[in-house]
Each structure stands twice: as structure tokens, then as C-alpha cells.
Write a protein that binds this ligand. Sequence first.
Ligand code: HT7
Ligand code: ZN
Length: 876
Amino acid sequence: GQIIHLADYRQTDFVLERVDLTFELDPTETKVEARLIFHRREGVDPAAPLVLDGDELVMTGLLFDQMEMDAARYDASPDSLTIRDLPATEPFEITITTQINPEANTQLMGLYRTNGIYCTQCEAEGFRRITYFPDRPDVLAVYTVNIIADKASCPLLLSNGNFLGGAGYGEGKHFAAWFDPHPKPSYLFALVAGDLGVVEDTFTTMSGREVALKIYVEHGKEPRAAYAMDALKRSMKWDEEVFGCEYDLDIFMIVAVSDFNMGAMENKGLNVFNDKYVLADPETATDQDYANIEAIIAHEYFHNWTGNRVTCRDWFQLCLKEGLTVYRDHEFSADQRSRAVKRIAEVRHLKSEQFPEDAGPLAHPVRPTKYREINNFYTTTVYEKGSEVTRMIATILGRDGFKKGMDLYFERHDGDAATIEDFVKCFEDANGVDLSQFSLWYSQAGTPLVSISSSYDQAKGDFTLSLEQMIPPTPGQAAKDPMHIPLRFGLLLADGSEAAPGAINGAEVTGDVLHLKERRQTVTFSGIASRPVVSLNRGFSAPVNLHFEQASADLAHIARHDDDLFARWQALNDLALPSLVAAARKARAGEPVETNPVLADTLIAIAGDETLEPAFRAQALALPSESDIARELGSNNDPDAIRAGREAVLAFVANRDPAVFTALFAGHRTEGAFTPDAASAGHRALRNAALAYLAVSDGTPAHAADAFAAADNMTDLSAALTVLAHRFPDAPETAKALEAFRARFADNALVIDKWFSIQSTIPGEGALARVKGLMESPHFNKSNPNRVRALVGTFAFSNPTGFNRADGEGYRFLAGQILEIDPKNPQLAARILTSMRSWRALEEVRSDHARNALRSIAAGEKLSSDVSDIVERMLK
Ligand code: HT7
Ligand code: ZN
């Protein structure tokens, strides 16, 4: 594929006025008739042809104003349709008939069949696999959709908008008509047809309209959709209360399908979900599953305003809808649960996924300026860093200023296909501020590094911070300008209270936010009576790396006393990382590992502090991961040494005071019927964190085997199974538990995915053989994306020692898998391949093997543009 540049954007020559679609569904020969009414845009050359996008299309008919089109006036190929000699000003109608094969559509883009259900996925460029169309997000039109299908196998016929009516259609067929009054881009089109069960409810909007809510799932699974329905109603209410956004159709539908490339899709009025993010009950879903369902239901619902009512002008603006909507779903979950614990989970995720992307060959700005394959830009940078950029706008402007900007955005751009500039301008205009320097966050890739030193002058009562920012070079961007970095801070005194400085010089400070804007800045706080400990980047107000050599005692002070819970966790993390890095270095050199006792004692004190919420204590107990340590080390990494060092530190903590973990494990059992609320989940998280330490100090599988036998919910059951499998892979107890789990859940594929993932992340050399063995299991299905992600994806992304074997077998295995998956599902193949994005940071032997494996992929025949784009960028 060729490279598309943001700078080349121009409007279409023709305006699309109306779309009428008729589908005659058939598993292998579906007929699609598209009636499109266009007119030439004012000022456009009257000779300019109409060029429509297609992808693997077969055209079986073409009419112009209902008359057969003269063959001399058009050229059709599978990927485009060009029509000439069109009217200069007046509207005209083009009717295109295509024939498509949903059964053979293994890419899961366009119209496909999954478990007998017809369903569509059109974002980003799937609509062009259904019919020829101006398939770009700035072409908005009103759609009418007629669906004709076999009545017995497809009693349900759904599309966007409101139901117009339906009737029999002869020969065992029936039809249904839908009309969506809201102009929309083609990527939000959806059609679903099949035989599904339904869960129904209603929601009364803030202006008193009743909306029918329907969640469609496979027959028999209806009870497992109750939590999703509850999350949907809470989302609808929250969006009214917090953003003033009211739902705008008579019906809102969600359909759960088992073959899906991503999490879910926000089609107007008809969201389609990966069933993993809809179905839950205590026996089969973990607390994490419940939290994910709540977040993704909210995310897709929130797109109704941020994405659908205001959409993107072009795909470069993807973060306009995604970054903003992730920010909105984060805020929603924070309001539904514990804000600090939610923020800790977000930052862990950001650091473990986005920071590596930003530091490697796939780094790109939140708003990229070029792409070859848009599917490859649904990245953690666009989504999660995009959300952080939105959060910084809120931090800089404050709650009210942010709200004013959002209100103006909806007022000004409802019905538009907008840009990031439009978005930022709303905040500027609503608040009378200039965000031009801030906007570098959209255009400069790479995680800024802020280096800090401090000094205190007792005689003068002055505390001084020297800050310096550096934005590392990224592909295509060697030199960068200094950015506007909003750092929340507090100055903690010895008694845990906060100093209130008399004057602050050297930086703009608004409230508790210090605005770092220059490359170097020295900030002096006067009137400070004793040496303070600075707590910086509270709440992770800016997505940056901080280099600040704070003494262990100072970090322990923050960890014990900061009134910002997030800052306490961050201090613990900052205390742990140097120990873990030092441990990895020692392990690499074959030397004994020493652990900082301040770390162990602080961790244990927090774990045992009953005044703190259990979920927070569980987060505190989770040491930085192997990939966190790898990132901190930066280069020449040996995953085996990293793990060995981390294991030594973990063992030191586990053995420091095992009684604390015994007490936590015994004291946080949740009694009574399971509820997925955050408080109960917190008790389970703390208890299971304690179990993991107990298994280390005790050295036997006994605790975990007992916990497995006693578990009455999936959170506890899978946590116990993980401890057994990861700590005691060869124990008979583990084999027994794995088989019991498999047998019990053999007919629930989503639970079997957990069984795959737990085994594929067993550390060490044996993992690859285990994964290969599991691929032969009758439960594995290489054409289902959830199965492939659970087994192959989890192995490559989340098993550092197993995947990065020194002999390179892990990379060669992955290369083989990528080449096998690519012809069937290029998006899935490309995404799993990004697991190798940090290959250059590996030590030489491994990085040589990794390079060779990547080269073997690059040499593959007929690679998709998805995979070739990723592999070429990774090798550049
Ligand atoms: N907006 C949706 C993105 C999406 C997608 C993109 C490419 C290929 C398949 C896809 N399925 C869903 C999901 C979201 O961010 O809400
Ligand atoms: Zn989204």
C-alpha cells in the first residue's frame, strides 16, 4: 500500500446526500444494492470523475438514474469504481449491485458470519468490502437499510437507527427496514442478522424520553448479560450528569459475537461487542472481567457523542474520538470505583504498553501525520496517550474550564467531522488561553524525560527545584521543542503535613500544578521552615518519565504519608525499581542480590495497614513487572536475569514477615454471595496478592491447592490456579487443578481462554513446548481471534522469559504463526507481531535472533499491508 499523508487532505469532489441499502443475505452469495444520491460540490471541475473505494468487490450491476450505465462511462476493479460524465450541478443517483461472500470473510472486516450470525465491522475501511463507496469519515449521510433473509435462521434483522417496519417476503424469507436520521460516516454502519436471545430494559433520558435497551447474546447466555445491562444504564446516566450528553434514538442495541478483531464497535445505535466484554457471572468472570465490561460498555456508549455526533475529519484525527472517549471511560470508572486505585491501574497499563511503544520503532505522535495501513494506528499511543493528553487539558484548565471547552465543542461541532485543531480551539476560546505549545503533545512522539534535582537553604527558608525536560528522538523526529508539562506537586513536611510556600519564583504555578514549559527551569519556593520532601507528578498529571534521585527515606515518607493515594503508590514504585534494576544487574553478573530493607518494610507496613483500602494495598504489593524493569534498564536486556533478580527481591519481601501475609490471606475472605463491587473485589485482590507471597515463603503448593479447592468464584479460582501453575508447574497438585478447571469449563470458550493464558505465561524455557502442545488441544481454534490472542498473543506479550528464549525459538515460532495467520486475518497477525516492538532493547544474542525472525516474516510471500507495514517499521 502507498503512504497517506495528513498534508494531502482535501474534501471530496461530490457530496453524498442519501444512502439506501438493500441486503439479500445468503451465507456465500449475499447481494447488496446501494442507491447513492450525489451532487457535485460547488466549484469542482465539471469534468472530474466520481471515484469510489472498494476492497475485493465483485460488481454485478450499475445504474445511473435507474438506467443501465454505459460501459464507456465507468471503470470497475475490485478496489475502485470510477464514473465519468456526471452532471455539473444537479443531483444524480447511482445504483450499485455487488455480490459478497460473508462465510469466506475471515478478515472479519465488512460483512462476515460468526457462529451463524451475520455481522459487520466497518471501522476503519470495512464498508468498502460491502459496496463501492466514498469510504472516509468526512462523508456523512442519512441511511435507510432494508434487510431480506431467511426467516428461520435469521429471525432477527438489525441495523442502525430506528425500526421502520418489516413483513414476510415469500419463500420462507422476511424483511426489515431501518432508518437512521443522524447523518453518519460509513464506518458507523452496522447490520446484524441471525437467531439470538435478548435481554431487555429501558432508560428514561434527562428530557423524559424512554429508550428501549436490548442486549443480544447467544440463546441460553442471557443471564450472563445482566451486568453489561447494568453498566449500560449507569453509563447513560453518568454521561447526562457529567457531560450533559443525552441519548438520541428510540433504541440502543448491543450484540455480542464470538469472532471479533477488537474489543467492541460503537456503530450508531447498534454496538457490536466481542462477547468477552459482555458476558459475565460469578462462576466464570473475574473481577477484572467485570471491570473491563463496565469500562468497554461505557466507552462504546460514550462514543455516541464523542465519535458519532462529532466524528473525525480523517483517520489522522483518530485520537479526537479515541483519546477523548478513553478519558471519559476512565473518569466514569473512577467515579464508579476507587479513583486512586483506578488511576494506579491506568498508569501501570500506560507504562507497560504505551511507554514501550513510544520508546521503540513503532513510536508515532498521538496524531500521526502519515500512515500506510490505518488498522495499525489503533494503538495505545492514540488511545491511552491520547487520553492522557485530554486529562492534561483538564488539569491545566481545571474542572470548570474543561467543562466549558467540552460544552463549546459539542455546541460548535455537533454533526461535524472535526479535527484536533477544532477540538483544542474550543478549549482556547472557552477559556481565553493559548494552547499552542501544549498542542505539541499531539505532534511530538516519545515520552518526555524530566530530570530533577532539589536543594534546601535552611537559613533562607528557600526550597529550590531544578527541572530539565528532554524528549527522546523517535522515528522521523530527531529534534523536539520543549513541551508544556503540567506537574501536580506537594511539599511534604516531616510530620506529614504540607508546606504552604510564601512565594514561588521561576515557574507559573496554578493551585497545585507547576507548569514546566522551558527546556530548563529553576523554581524557588520561599518561606519553607524545614526541609520538605517533594511529591511530584501527583496523580500522574503528565505522562512523563521522572529522573529524580530521591533518598529511600524520602520515598518511604511519601509512601507512608502522602494524602494522595496515587502518589503513595508511585513512591513505592520509585523505591522498588532501583532495587529491582540493581538485582537484575547482579543476577546477570552471577552475584548475590541484596534487597533494600526499607522497600520490604514499607511494603509490608502498607500491606498490613487496615486503615487503607484493600484494593490499594493489593496494588502496593504488586512489585513492578519484568517489563517495567526492562524498560528502566533500557538496553542490552537479558529477560532471564531480570526475572532472577526480581524473584530474589520478591523472596526477600515474602520472607521478611510471612505472618503478615498469612493474616491478610485469612482476614480478607469475602463472605456470602458474590458481588462484583469494587470493595469486595479489593478484598479478593489483597487476599490473592497475599497468597502469591505465601506460596513463595512456604515453597509448597499447599496454600494455593487449598485455595483452589475452596474457591467459590472465578477471581479466586483463577488466582489460585495461576499461583499453582507459575510457581509449581511440575507439581501433581497443579496438573490436577489444571485438568479439573479444563473439565469444568470445557464448554465455555471464554473461560478456556483463561486456561490457555495461565499456561502460556508459565515462565521459563518450557513455555514454548507447552504453548505448542495447547495449540493441538481440541479447545484451540486458530481462526477465532480470542483463542489466538489468549494462547499465542499472551505468550508473546506476557511471558518475557518463555518467549525471549536465548536460542531464538520463541521468535521463530511467532514468525511462523504470523505467516500462517496473516492470509486469513491480517489485522490479528499485525497486532500480535507488535509484541516484538522492543526487540532492539534485548542483548545481542537475542536481538540477532529476533532480527532474523523479523526478516523471515518480511521475506514472506504476499504479505498483507498490515503485517508488512509493522515488520518494515520494526526493521528500519
Ligand atoms: N472504534 C472501535 C475500533 C474498532 C476497530 C478498528 C479496526 C478494526 C476493527 C475494529 N473494531 C473496533 C473500537 C473503539 O475504540 O471503541
Ligand atoms: Zn473507542
